[in-house]
Write a protein that binds this ligand. Structure first.
Ligand code: DX5
Ligand code: ZN
Length: 220
């Protein structure tokens, strides 16, 4: 299981400590939530912060664009240091073009799906993407409760990926914690974002390791 702590749930006045915690805890990625106050109600961080993070850490940045027009500034997000970049299906009128561009720039191309959006909308585009970020909360805020029906979506996606022999990473984002990560892993998810579960805990670095070991020991 790959673990990507979401820095949205960290102390945003002390991102340096958040990065250090992720490195010490053995995180695989930093998950960076970009919100525009339009596609989602909240506003968070953007290109200058991505650039600053990329300068500070060798951890790859998994950038989740929750913006209405993901084509706008796409190259800038990539050049800022996004290793993995996801755009929302609900916001992307020209998804094929965006995914092609992300790959051309050398990053992994992902599509994020809101909870109410079925996996099946991706049937035709699956071979052109590297990962699907299944939202298990309505995007906009950290600290919300996990929506269990996201598990059925992960299982359906896993079946499609296996049946078609594709290489698509299945990621889950929202409300993932120590209590539910084993069920998430058992549903075929191989990449978990965790915000509050990590940064709201007493020992965030230890929690990153605990999430991984709980996922791996109980996944089968
Ligand atoms: C929600 C964001 C998530 C969020 C995760 O809109 O996309 O990445 O920060 O935080 P938790 O794990 O607290 O739900
Ligand atoms: Zn996210």
């Amino acid at each position: 299981m790959l673990i990507a702590p979401s820095i949205l749930a960290a102390d945003l006045a002390d991102l340096e400590s958040a990065v250090e915690i992720c490195e010490r805890g053995g995180a695989d990625f930093l998950h960076v939530d970009v919100m525009d106050g339009h596609f989602v109600p909240n506003l968070t961080i953007g290109i200058p912060v991505i650039e600053a993070l990329a300068r500070r850490t060798d951890l790859p940045l998994d950038v989740h664009l929750m913006v209405s027009n993901p084509g706008h500034l796409l190259d800038r997000y990539l050049e800022a240091g996004s290793s993995w970049l996801s755009v929302h299906w609900e916001a992307a009128a020209h998804l094929d073009r965006l995914l092609t561009r992300i790959r051309e720039k050398g990053a992994r191309a992902g599509v994020a799906l809101n909870p109410a959006t079925p996996i099946e909308v991706l049937d035709d585009i699956l071979p052109a993407l590297d990962f699907v970020l299944i939202m298990s909360v309505n995007p906009g805020f950290a600290g919300q409760s996990f929506l269990p029906y996201a598990l059925a979506k992960a299982r359906r996606l896993q079946a499609k990926v296996q049946e078609r022999n594709l290489e698509v990473t299945i990621a889950m984002d929202g409300g993932v914690d120590l209590d539910n990560i084993s069920r998430v892993a058992a549903a075929g998810v191989d990449f978990c974002v965790a915000g509050s579960a990590v940064f709201g805990s007493k020992d965030p670095a230890a929690t990153i390791a605990a999430l991984r070991s709980r996922a791996e020991s109980e996944a089968t």
